[in-house]
Design a protein. Structure first.
Length: 196
């Protein structure tokens, strides 16, 4: 084998054999460029998405509320199928979490005489004394109680299982009704305008 062929790689390109000596990793310059680029991207993403934790809490709240409504609808179907309409009155003020196959991880249980100021936020609990399911919001910046034409800032939402009766006092079903009407507005996503 000639000297020229010993320094030539399989592809016949002498440059590939010379670059084997540099395969030790990043150079200091390459590392600094990477860190600078990653820092700029992180800063831009942080500023753009800092409102998402509040929106994530709202989305989780709405998902659990939908699960509770589905559980109540199932109980209503059981009542209809069994023909035990006279037993429906006993369901007023019940704990809707008892209807769930699995309670959410942020449900702390049925409590009596609790000071909500001592409880953590972003949790559900059932108030035994009032027969109400309570959600304590952590990010309540867009949460309001609605009464007539006015809105008041709120830090919790309360629900109650209520039987619904028609004009002739005939049982029509049951719902998870808010004790005080509320509005939890979505956080608007602000997209910065480009230079072009």
């Amino acid at each position: 084998m000639s000297q020229a062929s010993a320094n030539t790689s399989v592809s016949g390109c002498p440059a590939l054999t010379r670059s084997k000596a540099r395969q030790g990793g990043f150079s200091m310059f390459e590392m600094m460029v990477y860190i600078l680029t990653a820092s700029i991207l992180f800063a831009a993403a942080f500023n753009r998405y800092q409102e998402f934790p509040g929106e994530a809490e709202r989305a989780n709240f709405l998902a659990i509320q939908a699960q509770l409504n589905a559980a109540i609808n199932l109980q209503m179907m059981r009542t209809i199928a069994s023909g035990e309409f006279d037993q429906a009155a006993f369901l007023d003020g019940m704990n809707p979490m008892d209807l769930m196959l699995t309670t959410p991880g942020n449900y702390v249980g049925a409590l009596s005489g609790v000071d909500t100021a001592t409880l953590p936020r972003r949790i559900w609990y059932f108030d035994r004394a009032l027969g109400e399911l309570v959600y304590l919001a952590n990010d309540a910046s867009n949460l309001y109680w609605v009464q007539g034409n006015s809105r008041q800032p709120a830090d919790n939402v309360r629900f109650k299982v209520v039987n619904v009766y028609g004009m002739t006092q005939r049982w029509e079903g049951m719902v998870l009704a808010p004790v005080v009407p509320y509005e939890w507005q979505a956080t608007p996503l602000v997209i910065p305008e480009g230079d072009g």
